[in-house]
Design a protein around this ligand. Structure first.
Ligand code: AG3
Length: 280
């Protein structure tokens, strides 16, 4: 393999030169490849779709973890659904939470990421606060007795095993195991290329939660423009905090962020009219 062409979208794709294939395997669930690219460093792809890269994963993972946790302000129990590469876990673990539960379907993604992409988790899989479950996320949220203040859905796209994590049944399970005052955030694709995904998630979440919205995160390797992250909670105040509130919490947490900042947090909820129109 000298080049990797992303096959996520039928009509458009991004091309990476491949300096070296680090590892390739068809796991029980998905076609996994880790390769080396001169700009992005090591890159993880599942079923032909880019999942994460050494170079830009901090943008996505900082925003997926810090926005809901700092908006909540006193999160003690956090659930990550998916996220087997450990990047989201790394950022969640920087907070003084009591417990982190991570549920991923594919053990191979976790094991191979630890081995070939160690900077992604940066040791967070050894965090004593972590409970790791290899399980179907949809079944987990519909069955667990645990309750979570923040749920982060760090899923693949709604193709293959990830599709279950975009269903009304899954969202209802998230609601079921969300503690009072909690918030759910969901990876929701790039609106320019995946408009239906944004619309469908909005409609399904709106049935279940009082306040549903999106914030935007520009991740270069998720090509096509900013990525939408879904936001669902019964507390509308969580996404209306003033800059000063978020800045005070951020300073208090002492997070070593490279992309996230309180100003970016607040600004990321500002949507271009053409994106609001998708679900408005
Ligand atoms: N999250 C993968 C997000 C995929 C975004 N896809 C896209 N460009 N539409 C899981 C891996 C990161 N921890």
């Amino acid at each position: 393999m000298m080049q990797f062409l992303e096959t996520l979208h039928a009509e458009y794709g991004q091309l990476f030169s491949v300096d070296r294939v680090i590892y390739r395997e068809k796991t029980d669930h998905q076609d996994l490849v880790i390769f080396e690219n001169a700009i992005f460093g090591r890159v993880l792809a599942l079923d032909g779709a880019i999942q994460t890269t050494e170079r830009d994963n901090h943008i996505y993972h900082e925003m997926l973890a810090h926005v809901p946790i700092l908006a909540h302000g006193r999160a003690r129990n956090v659930l990550i659904v998916g996220g087997g590469d450990g990047g989201c876990l790394r950022e969640v673990a920087r907070h003084p939470v009591d417990q982190i539960c991570m549920v991923d379907l594919d053990r191979k993604v976790i094991d191979l990421s630890k081995k070939y992409l160690p900077s992604l988790s940066d040791g967070a899989f050894d965090d004593p606060r972590l409970t790791l479950e290899i399980a179907d996320g949809k079944a987990f949220v519909n069955q667990t007795d645990r309750r979570f203040d923040v749920i982060v859905v760090d899923s693949t796209d709604p193709i293959g095993p990830g599709a279950a994590l975009y269903t009304p049944d899954f969202y209802a399970g998230c609601r079921r195991c969300l503690a009072e005052g909690g918030v759910v955030v969901t990876q929701n694709g790039v609106p320019l290329l995946q408009e239906d995904e944004v619309r469908d998630s909005y409609r399904a979440l709106k049935h279940l939660f009082a306040d549903v919205g999106f914030y935007l995160v520009p991740v270069p390797s998720y090509t096509g423009g900013a990525l939408a992250v879904g936001w669902a909670t019964d507390d509308p105040e969580l996404r209306q905090h003033e800059y000063a509130t978020i800045a005070a919490r951020y300073d208090n947490a002492g997070l070593p962020t490279r992309y996230y900042s309180p100003a970016i947090h607040v600004g990321s909820f500002a949507l271009p009219p053409e994106i609001s129109a998708i679900f408005g």
